[in-house]
Design a protein around this ligand. Structure first.
Ligand code: FAD
Ligand code: DLZ
Ligand code: SF4
Length: 513
């Protein structure tokens, strides 16, 4: 910002790294002449967990391009590059408050509780007016979620919330009825991928000078962080993000529903959208994605199971998960209903394990800062649950390895969805599975040193005995859960020899993790 314009600043508009849209509430009413838009790459955000290199590169590249576009559109922008050594958001704010004579600071409520606490402190401590505006990118406000949840809810179910969101948004509705006569086409989302079907090739985006600079910065500064930085070809501008959305709708969405739960070795993306990081950081809005998907169904290019399946993920799961986070914070991350306390095994960092499904999912995570939902839930998550890994360690891992990860979305998925650490607040039973599920939905087992058909012994698939060991360990806990009734009955029918074998296999396996 030129020195001559410093006196003129009326309000500072501070935009966080996951608020990269000109529609963000903090920028509503922004005045090109009198307001200063601030973005900051800061040490605390880049290191409070040691984020994947690709995640930092993605976000810094997106932030820098966003700032450039604001400047090209005539806005005054103060952009703190990482090289300036600004330690924290607090320090960035103090610096601009000192540099200007602004009378107000306008922000959009942060996605994470941790950062909202900072914003509230600014309101109390800074010598100017601070306005914290709601993040209206979400379909469901905090107030609406609280109202739908009711006072002091003991459990919540996504499906009821989702139906209410369909009614309120009108997506895929025919009057008061769901299009296609059913709310949920989940049963049409479970096909394994046939051998003669291949997922489509993805577009790649070249690195311009801005992105190249970021890549160099990350390589030299965050070399110790997890994951591979190159190749880096993700969309990092609004234009590229829109191109990617269009590509997804035309090429992958038609088969998204059908193969939503399928996995194949060497196919990290399958028919998934790969849009989560773009939506979460603001380059795309959830609304425009849903609008486009509904339009594609209406014009006949996308079947209902795909359109409904995608919409359910966004207006159902994504909104629900965020609602649960804010309902349960603070303290949600400390929950540990199953008293799990095992340390994260080393192979979560190296992918060096004989369990092929895990080696593939973790290896892809390391290469791409991405794994699709079924890998996160039914491969890695299933292992974390069955092996009894410490919820805090698991949360940190999921938060740092994925380029779409922010605490508001990572935490409920880990605490509630994969670990059952909140005692079933929103999962009606644990997502636990033996090797048979992974074998049905993938081709991983054919390339594994373990035998998925064997139940016990050194060559048996570890998921097979770990599953029963998990049920035995937590039996008392599950007795109150009617949905676990069939599983417990099977356990009761198991001979004591078989139970002993399950215990000793599990002990042997877990002791060398
Ligand atoms: P698609 O399969 O194409 O789904 C479409 C969109 O739906 C996604 O882009 C995402 O915005 C939304 N969505 C789907 N499932 C969920 C869900 N369970 N919660 C919230 N949104 C959902 N998603 C994140 O965005 N950030 C995270 O940090 C994150 N952590 C996860 C941790 C665990 C343990 C699990 C089981 C899931 C997690 N998810 C997270 C949810 C989901 O796995 C990812 O959103 C999805 O894999 C992203 O890939 P995609 O864009 O190709 O999704
Ligand atoms: C994830 C992240 C990283 C790695 N770095 C920054 C940063 O330097 N500056 C910034 O504004 N945001 C960053 N972020 C995203 C923030 O962590 C995110 O905005 C907060 O967690 C609030 O949700
Ligand atoms: Fe995974 Fe078991 Fe299959 Fe190996 S056999 S890939 S460990 S499910």
């Amino acid at each position: 910002m030129p020195a001559s314009s410093r006196q003129a600043v009326r309000s500072i508009r501070f935009v966080l790294g996951d608020q990269l849209t000109r529609d963000i509430s903090a920028l509503q009413g922004v005045d090109r002449e009198r307001d200063l838009i601030v973005l900051a790459e800061v040490k605390e955000e880049a290191t409070y967990v040691a984020h994947h290199k690709k995640k930092i590169a993605f976000l810094f590249a997106a932030m820098r391009h966003f700032a450039e576009q604001l400047q090209q559109a005539g806005h005054q922008v103060r952009y703190f590059r990482y090289e300036e050594g600004i330690p924290s958001f607090d320090a960035a704010i103090e610096t601009v408050v000192g540099e200007t004579k602004a009378s107000s600071l306008i922000v959009t409520e942060a996605g994470e509780y941790r950062v909202v606490q900072k914003q509230r402190n600014w309101a109390e401590e800074l010598p100017l007016d601070v306005e914290i505006r709601p993040d209206d990118r979400f379909f469901c406000s905090h107030e609406l979620f609280d109202e739908l949840a009711g006072p002091d809810p003991k459990t919540l179910r996504m499906e009821y919330f989702y139906r209410e969101m369909r009614r309120r948004t009108g997506y895929l509705m025919d009057g008061d009825e769901p299009v296609g006569g059913r709310w949920n086409f989940d049963h049409d989302n479970r096909d394994p991928l046939p051998g003669d079907v291949s997922p489509p090739n993805r577009p790649h985006y070249g690195q311009d000078d801005t992105t190249k600079e970021v890549i160099e910065l990350v390589a030299s500064t965050f070399g110790e962080h997890f994951g591979e930085l190159e190749p880096f070809d993700y969309p990092v501008t609004r234009r590229q993000a829109l191109h990617y959305l269009n590509w997804f709708i035309a090429e992958a969405l038609p088969d998204f529903g059908r193969y939503q739960d399928a996995m194949r070795q060497g196919e990290p993306l399958m028919f998934h959208s790969h849009l989560s990081a773009l939506i979460n950081c603001g380059l795309l809005s959830a609304r425009e994605c849903c609008d486009r998907v509904e339009a594609a169904h209406k014009n006949g290019s996308v079947p209902i199971n795909a359109a409904e399946g995608f919409l359910r993920q966004i207006i159902g799961w994504r909104e629900f998960i965020r609602g649960v986070y804010w309902l349960k914070m603070p303290g949600y991350g400390d929950q540990n209903a199953l008293s799990a306390d095992r340390q994260l095994p080393e192979f979560f960092w190296s992918a060096d394990t004989d369990m092929n499904c895990l080696a593939q999912a973790i290896g892809e995570t390391s290469r791409n800062a991405y794994a699709h939902h079924i890998q996160r839930l039914m491969v890695i998550g299933n292992f974390c649950l069955l092996a009894g890994l410490d919820p805090r360690e698991v949360q940190e891992w999921y938060l740092l390895v994925y380029h779409d990860a922010y605490e508001w979305v990572e935490m409920p998925n880990v605490v509630g969805m994969i670990l059952y650490a909140d005692d079933g607040f929103f999962a009606s039973k644990p997502y636990a599975a033996s090797g048979a599920y992974i074998n049905r939905m993938s081709d991983y087992c054919g390339n594994c040193r373990y035998d998925v058909k064997r139940k016990n012994g050194p060559d048996a698939c570890p998921f097979n005995y770990l599953y029963w060991d998990f049920v035995m360990r937590n039996r008392a806990h599950f007795e109150r859960n009617r949905r676990m009734g069939v599983v417990l009955k099977s356990l009761d029918r198991m001979s004591s020899d078989k139970k002993d074998a399950v215990r000793s296999d599990s002990e042997r396996f877990l002791s060398i993790l």
